[in-house]
Every structure is written in C-alpha cells, then in structure tokens.
Design a binder for this molecule. Structure first.
Ligand SMILES: [Fe+2]
Length: 153
C-alpha cells in the first residue's frame, strides 16, 4: 500500500467534508417558509456530521503519519430554492463518496482502514439515498400532497 497516496485520497475526502460543513450550514440558514420547519434542522445536523467525518478521517491521516488538510475541497454552493439546495448537496455528497471509494481502492493492504471506509461508505450511501428521496418528494410536490391528505383526515 502506498501510504502517501492513501493520505492524499483521505485528505481529498476531508477537504470535501469541509465544504459540506459550510454548505449545509448555509442551507440551514437560508431555507425559508414552511420548509424551514423541516429542513433547517436537517441541514444543521448534516453540517455537524460532515465536521465529525472530517475529524474522524483527520485522526486516521495523523495515525498514518500525515497532516490533515485544512483546505476546502470545492466551492460552497448556495441557493434560496429548496430543490436547488438539495441538488447541490446531493452533488457534493456524490463527489465525496467518490473520494472515499478512491481511498478504499488504495487501502488494499490495510484491513482496518478498509473496514473503516466500508462502514463509512455504507452510512454515506444512506445519506445520499435520503437526499434523493427528499429531492424526489420536493420535485413531485409529494410533501404538500401529504400535508393536504393529513388535513383531510
Ligand atoms: Fe460525510
């Protein structure tokens, strides 16, 4: 295993997590109207999760003898439209997933790191699926329909 390459790959993922910390935080601040009731907390929680992820893999970079990056991996995107926010977050999560998959590929000789990445990739995939589900609902106005149905009952 090329440790330098693994450290670089992990740092790429960490830098993208840093972007996610700021992007989710900004979306939590900007989401407005009725959506704010649901999504402000959702975005805030994801911002904190992204910071935890950066910290978790930062510790691994240190353990491997490297220095965790303090860079922001991509530009932070913002919007005042919920659908656009969710699309921006989904795109960033998919990019981050790619970075974790690359690190996993390079970590062939390190069972502990591979296992750590596998469990992390599985939980990141659940986040992606959740975003896809919300995006689908917002697109088809499914949430409004659900609210209306509840009102009828
Ligand atoms: Fe993450």
């Amino acid at each position: 295993m090329d440790v330098k390459k693994v450290i670089n790959a992990l740092n790429k993922a960490i830098a993208l997590e840093h972007a996610a910390v700021l992007q989710y935080q900004q979306h939590a601040l900007l989401v407005s109207g009725l959506w704010r009731r649901v999504f402000a907390d959702f975005f805030s929680a994801h911002s904190k999760d992204s910071l935890d992820h950066a910290h978790k893999f930062g510790q691994k970079v240190v353990a491997l003898g490297g220095v965790p990056t303090v860079e922001i991996g991509t530009s932070v995107r913002q919007s005042t439209d919920l659908e656009e926010m969710l699309q921006q977050d989904l795109q960033l999560e998919r990019e981050t997933m790619q970075a974790y998959l690359e690190a996993h590929e390079l970590a062939a000789g390190d069972v502990a790191l591979r296992t750590m990445l596998e469990s992390h990739i599985e939980s990141e995939q659940r986040d992606i699926e959740e975003l896809e589900m919300y995006l689908g609902m917002v697109k088809t106005k499914g949430i409004e329909r659900e609210v209306n149905l509840r009102r009828v009952k």
